[in-house]
Design a protein around this ligand. Structure first.
Ligand code: SF4
Length: 722
C-alpha cells in the first residue's frame, strides 16, 4: 500500500515504524521468557525451505571472522554509534532494531549450531571459483582463512544489536503459485535477518571491534531474551510478538565489544493502536502478482526500442568495463584503483557486504536432481514469481533467453555454449531513503549497489537451488559471476524500458533505482511480454541525468544503434573511470538519484506516473516540475553513514578528500554537440583472455560518431550493407 504522508523528516535510525510511541518500562522479567529453540530448515517435500537451507548455512558459516587489528576512527559517543548501526540495519530492511547489554545469563547453555555449517565451511576452504571479476579471488582467500569457528570465546562481548524481520502473511489455501512457500514465513524472515546480522558483524570487525552474528539457526546467545531486553518484542505468555507485526517476526543479532547505547524494553501491557501495524503490500494482493500493480501496465509484442536480433554480436565477459579497468586496459591509475575491488573496499559498509557476496558464488550453480518434476509452464512461472516476491524480490519477469544474450566467453576466456534458453529476471530496489540523503556519488553509493547485489545473490540463489531440486538446470547470474547481459532480458521480460541513462532499464514503479539479477534455466516457463509506459517520449523530453552526471558520460543526444540495440548509448569509459577513481566518494549512481522517476512510493506519485505514462506531451512539464520542487536534491535528515576511507594502515578514517555532496545544477544547459563521447562496440571490445588489451579512445570516439539511428540501420540491413 502506498503511504499518504512522506517520511522525509524521519531519520533512518528511527526505523520504519513509529515504535517511539509505544510505552516502555525500565525493567522486565526476562526469567519468564522461554529459551530460544533452533529453527530447523526442514519442510515438506518441494518446500522452498530446503532451497533456503544452504544459503542460511552459508551465512552461519561466515558469521564470525578475524577482527581488523587496525582500529578505525569512529564517533566515541555510544548514542551516535548506535544510531549509525540502527540506520545501517534499517537500510538492510530490518523491520525493527534494538540494542541491549549482554551478560553471562544471555548466553545459551547449549549454543545452537546449524548442522550444515561444517559442510559449507569446508566448501569455502577448498572450492575454487571460475570468475576473475571484482577481486573475487581476494575475497575467497579471506573466506578460506576465516570461516566461522563455533562457540569460541565471546565472553568479552558486552552489547547486542538485535534485529526483527516481519513475517509475511501466510499464503491462502487456494492461492495460486504458493505450493513452495506454505509454512516458510518464519524461515524467509530468519534468512533476511541472517543476511543483515552477518554483514553488520563483519562491518564492526572491519572497524576494529570484535563482533559475531547470531541467527535463528546458529547462535551462542538467547535471541528471545535479547529481543525483549532491547525493546523489539514482548513475551505475552504464549509467543514472542510485537504489536505492529501481526504476522509474527524472526530474529537475528550481533554481539560485540563496541560500546552502544541500550534501549528500554516495551511495557508488558503494550497493545497496538489501530492503523499502526506494518503495511503489508500483500494483504490484498496475491504473492504471484508482486507488490506493485504490474498487471495495469500496457503489454506489447516487442520492446519499445529496436533490437536487431539476428545481428546482435556476442562479446566476451572480459569486455565489461570493470574487467577492462582491472586488467589495465584503461591505464595503470585505473588498474590500481580497480585491483582487488579497491573501489568497493575503500568504504567500510560495502567492504563488509563483499564477504557474503563472495561466499554465495559457491551456491549460484550446481547439479540438478536426477528426478525431473512435471510442471506445466504456467504453473512453474506462477510458483517462481510467488516465491520470488514472498522472499523479497521487488519485481520479477520471465522471458526466453536467446543465445545473443550470453557472453561469448567467460571470465577466464573459455567459450560459453549457452546451456539455458529461459530467463527469470529479478529487480531489487536500491532503497529510496538512503538515496535521498546521498549525493549519489558519495561514501554510501557503493554500498547501495552492493546491498541490492547481495540481496539478489541470496534470493536468486535460493530460486535457482529450488529449480535444480526439481530436476532442471539453473544458474543465478550475479555481479560476481554472471554470463548473460541483463538489460535485454529485462526488456524482454517486461521489467522496464530503455532510458537515457544508457544500460539502465527503468521500471515504472521503481524508477531507475534498481539492480538486477537473472536466473537462467532449462525449465519450460510461461513468458511475460515487454511493456510500454511512455518512457521513450519522456526521456526524449528530459535530460536531467545527462545534466547531473558528474562525469559527463550520459548523452544529451538521440538514441543510436549500438551492437544491435537502439539505446541512448553512454560513454562507459568515462562512467567507469569516474566511479572507480572519484576521490570524494566510492562509486556513483547519481543518474538514478536525480531522475524524476525516482519516487518515494506515496499516493501522490501515482498521479505523476499516470500523467507521465498517458500524456507524452506532459514530459517536459513534469521534468521541469521535478526541478522546481527540488527533487533529486540532498536531504540531510537521511544521511546516516560516516565518510570514512580505507587508510594505508588498513583502518577506516574520516576521508581527507572533499566529499561529493552535490545539489542540483538547475541552470546548467547541456548541448549534445559539446559532448565528446566514446563507445566500444563489438569490433573494439576486449579479447576474451585475462591479460591486458589497451583501449583506443580515439577509435572509440570515431565509433560513437559512426553510430546511426535505428531507421538507417534497418534500411542498411535491408540493402545488405550491415
Ligand atoms: Fe530519462 Fe530524465 Fe530519468 Fe534521464 S533523468 S532517465 S532523461 S527521465
Amino acid at each position: 500500500m502506498p503511504r499518504i504522508f512522506s517520511n522525509r523528516n524521519r531519520p533512518l535510525h528511527a526505523g520504519a515504524l513509529p515504535t517511539e510511541r509505544l510505552p516502555k518500562q525500565r525493567s522486565v522479567d526476562l526469567q519468564a521468557v522461554p529459551t530460544m529453540r533452533a529453527l530447523r530448515f526442514e519442510g515438506p517435500k518441494g518446500s522452498i525451505i530446503h532451497a533456503m537451507a544452504e544459503h542460511q548455512a552459508m551465512l552461519d558459516a561466515i558469521r564470525d571472522g578475524a577482527t581488523n587489528l587496525a582500529k578505525s576512527e569512529i564517533p566515541a559517543e555510544p548514542v551516535a554509534r548506535t544510531d549509525h548501526f540502527k540506520a545501517f540495519a534499517t537500510f538492510c530492511d530490518a523491520t525493527l532494531v534494538g540494542v541491549c547489554r549482554l551478560g553471562p545469563e544471555d548466553h545459551l547453555a547449549n549454543p545452537i549450531q546449524n548442522p550444515e555449517v561444517a559442510t559449507l565451511a569446508e566448501a569455502l576452504r577448498t572450492r575454487q571459483t571460475k570468475t576473475l571479476a571484482a577481486g573475487i579471488d581476494l575475497i575467497m582467500a579471506d573466506l578460506k582463512e576465516s570461516v566461522s569457528t563455533p562457540s569460541g570465546d565471546m565472553t568479552h562481548h558486552r552489547f547486542a544489536l538485535v534485529f526483527a524481520y516481519a513475517q509475511p502473511r501466510a499464503p491462502r489455501a487456494d492461492e495460486a503459485g504458493t505450493d513452495w512457500i506454505k509454512g516458510a514465513e518464519r524461515h524467509r524472515s530468519a534468512l533476511l535477518g541472517a543476511e543483515t546480522a552477518t554483514v553488520l558483524a563483519n562491518y564492526i570487525r572491519l572497524l576494529g571491534w570484535d563482533a559475531r552474528a547470531h541467527t535463528e539457526s546458529t547462535s551462542d546467545v538467547d535471541l528471545n531474551r535479547l529481543a525483549v531486553a532491547s525493546g523489539i518484542a514482548l513475551w505475552d505468555g504464549h509467543a514472542l510478538r510485537h504489536p505492529f507485526l501481526p504476522n509474527g517476526l524472526a530474529l537475528a543479532a550481533v554481539t560485540t565489544t563496541l560500546e552502544l547505547a541500550p534501549d528500554v524494553p516495551l511495557a508488558s501491557s503494550t497493545v497496538a493502536a489501530p492503523g499502526q501495524a506494518a503495511c503489508d503490500p500483500y494483504a490484498r494482493r496475491d504473492f504471484k502478482d508482486g507488490a506493485h500493480p504490474f498487471e495495469t501496465l500496457k503489454r506489447v509484442d516487442q520492446p519499445t526500442t529496436y533490437m536487431d536480433e539476428p545481428n546482435i554480436p556476442r562479446v566476451p565477459k572480459r569486455a565489461d568495463l570493470f574487467a577492462r579497468a582491472q586488467f589495465g586496459d584503461m591505464g595503470p591509475a585505473l588498474q590500481k584503483a580497480a585491483t582487488g575491488g579497491y573501489y568497493v573496499r575503500k568504504a567500510a559498509p560495502s567492504a563488509a557486504q563483499r564477504r557474503a557476496l563472495g561466499a554465495f558464488v559457491l551456491l549460484q550453480d550446481g547439479t540438478p536432481s536426477p528426478v525431473q518434476a512435471d510442471l506445466p509452464p504456467q504453473t512453474a512461472s506462477e510458483l517462481i514469481k510467488a516465491t520470488s516476491y514472498f522472499l523479497g524480490v521487488d519485481a520479477v519477469g520471465i522471458s526466453r533467453c536467446p543465445e545473443w544474450a550470453w557472453y561469448s566467453h567467460d571470465a577466464r576466456g573459455a567459450e560459453i555454449d549457452p546451456p539455458h534458453d529461459q530467463a527469470i529476471s529479478m529487480v531489487i530496489d536500491q532503497g529510496y531513503e538512503t538515496m535521498e540523503g546521498s549525493s549519489g556519488d558519495d561514501w554510501i553509493a557503493v554500498a547501495q549497489s552492493m546491498r541490492a547485489y547481495l540481496r539478489f545473490s541470496l534470493l536468486g540463489g535460493v530460486v535457482a537451488a529450488q529449480i535444480r531440486a526439481l530436476g532442471y538446470s539453473a544458474k543465478a547470474h550475479t555481479v560476481m559471476d554472471g554470463e548473460v547481459l541483463q538489460p535485454p532480458l529485462l526488456l524482454l521480460s517486461g521489467l522496464g524500458e530503455v532510458s537515457r541513462i544508457g544500460e539502465v532499464i527503468l521500471n515504472p514503479f521503481l524508477g531507475p533505482r534498481l539492480k538486477s539479477g537473472v536466473v537462467t534455466t532449462d525449465m519450460p516457463l510461461k513468458h511475460d511480454q515487454p511493456i510500454d509506459f511512455g518512457m521513450q517520449s519522456f526521456c526524449e523530453a528530459c535530460n536531467k541525468c545527462a545534466r547531473e552526471c558528474p562525469s559527463g558520460a550520459i548523452t544529451a543526444g538521440p538514441k543510436r544503434m549500438f551492437n544491435g540495440y537502439e539505446i541512448w548509448k553512454s560513454d562507459s569509459q568515462k562512467c567507469t573511470t569516474y566511479r572507480v577513481t572519484t576521490p570524494g566518494g566510492a562509486m556513483c549512481g547519481r543518474c538514478m538519484k536525480t531522475c524524476p522517476w525516482n519516487l518515494e512510493g506515496l499516493f501522490r506519485d501515482a498521479a505523476f506516473r499516470k500523467v507521465a505514462m498517458n500524456v507524452p506531451k506532459a514530459a517536459p512539464i513534469l521534468a521541469k516540475l521535478d526541478d522546481t520542487l527540488g527533487r533529486g536534491g540532498l536531504n540531510s535528515v537521511k544521511k546516516w553513514w560516516w565518510d570514512l576511507e580505507l587508510s594505508e594502515a588498513g583502518s577506516y578514517h574520516p576521508t581527507q578528500h572533499a566529499v561529493n555532496a552535490r545539489g542540483l545544477q538547475k541552470d546548467l544547459k547541456i548541448d549534445h554537440n559539446d559532448q565528446t563521447l566514446a563507445v566500444y562496440p563489438a569490433p573494439l571490445a576486449a579479447h576474451p583472455y585475462p591479460y591486458p588489451d589497451p583501449m583506443d579512445r580515439e577509435a572509440g570516439i570515431a565509433a560513437y560518431k559512426a553510430m546511426v539511428p535505428a531507421k538507417d540501420h534497418i534500411a542498411a540491413v535491408a540493402r545488405g550493407d550491415e
